[in-house]
Design a protein around this ligand. Structure first.
Ligand code: HSE
Length: 302
């Protein structure tokens, strides 16, 4: 019987380019925690001091919530455990922190009930909680993922990224709540916009899979969600013009924002200097994360 499981689950950048709700990459930034069975008849949690208390109550905890939903769905007994978290993907920053918590809760449920950790089944369970498959697919499988849900389950293609692809993440200080941000989106779009998004999406996907990154600059343009979610204060169109050059491949709002992901040939000093000077001139504070693709998805030890 498994009494303890340690998990490492990657962050992700979803809605990549025109791939709204379906295309994502996993990133080498992680949520890490351990769940240890206890004889107490309640859950307990311990998180790093830097995480605000309101986000870590037992009552309002996405890991525990997803664990319990999964146990109930499969009619498995709910066993109590102590959850000790050592690292967290930043909350509400567009980097798939919720997906790491949901996937974590589900994997704990499988492990403590001695179930095979079948990644496709975990994806279906995670979809039932998250309702869109992009971040969860990347968190579970790693790499570059394309996914959709139909009728009984999720369809997924994962491609490991083997050709050099660096990711610069601009993370402004505000937080974005995905539910609220989805309400800003149009209910319908024109046939012309749909056709253009589709054409770019298939070109972007083929370009990433073939390593033809020079096509990304144009094919990563999105008409479906980015225009309604991007913060005008950041003046991204002006920044994008300053970044154009050999090292710059393409860019996208990450998830529902506010982070933006820049795909580049290397973590160029020039790109970073341009980004910092842009935000300095706007008197805005940002974090700039330099990441690469995680090709593994979640990993664990018991
Ligand atoms: N596809 C999701 C959305 C990603 O745009 O709402 C954020 O969870």
């Amino acid at each position: 019987m498994i009494k303890s499981i340690s998990l490492k689950i990657p962050a992700s950048s979803a809605n990549l380019g025109p791939g709204f709700d379906c295309v994502a990459v996993a990133l080498n930034l992680y949520t890490k925690f351990t769940a240890q069975l206890t004889t107490d008849d309640k859950f307990s949690i311990s998180y790093p001091a830097a995480i605000p208390k309101k986000l870590i109550t037992v009552k309002n905890n996405l890991v525990l919530d997803s664990y319990q939903k999964t146990c109930r769905k499969h009619h498995w007994p709910i066993k109590y455990f102590k959850l000790t978290c050592s690292e967290m993907v930043p909350f509400e920053s567009g980097l798939g922190s919720s997906a790491t918590a949901i996937v974590g809760g589900i994997v704990i449920a499988y492990a403590f009930n001695m179930q095979t950790l079948n990644r496709h089944k975990i994806l279906d369970d995670a979809y039932d909680i998250e309702n869109h498959p992009d971040n969860i697919a990347a968190a579970i499988f790693g790499g570059f993922t394309c996914a959709f849900h139909q009728d009984k389950g999720c369809y997924l293609v994962k491609t490991p990224i083997t050709k050099n692809l660096h990711c610069l993440i601009i993370r402004p200080s505000e937080a974005t709540n995905t539910k609220t941000s989805r309400q800003k989106l149009l209910k319908e779009i024109t046939l012309t916009d749909a056709k253009n998004n589709l054409a770019r999406a298939v070109t972007m996907v083929a370009s990433i899979i073939n390593g033809e990154y020079e096509n990304l600059q144009e094919s990563m343009l999105d008409l479906m969600h980015e225009p309604y979610r991007i913060n005008p204060k950041c003046q991204y169109p002006a920044l994008k013009k300053k970044l154009l050059g050999k090292e710059f491949y393409g860019w996208s709002l990450s998830g529902s924002g506010p982070s933006v992901i820049i795909l580049a040939s290397k973590n160029s000093k020039k790109l970073k200097t341009t980004i910092f000077s842009h935000f300095r001139s706007l008197e805005m504070k940002i974090d700039l994360l330099e990441l690469i693709i995680d090709n593994e998805g979640f990993s664990y030890s018991t």
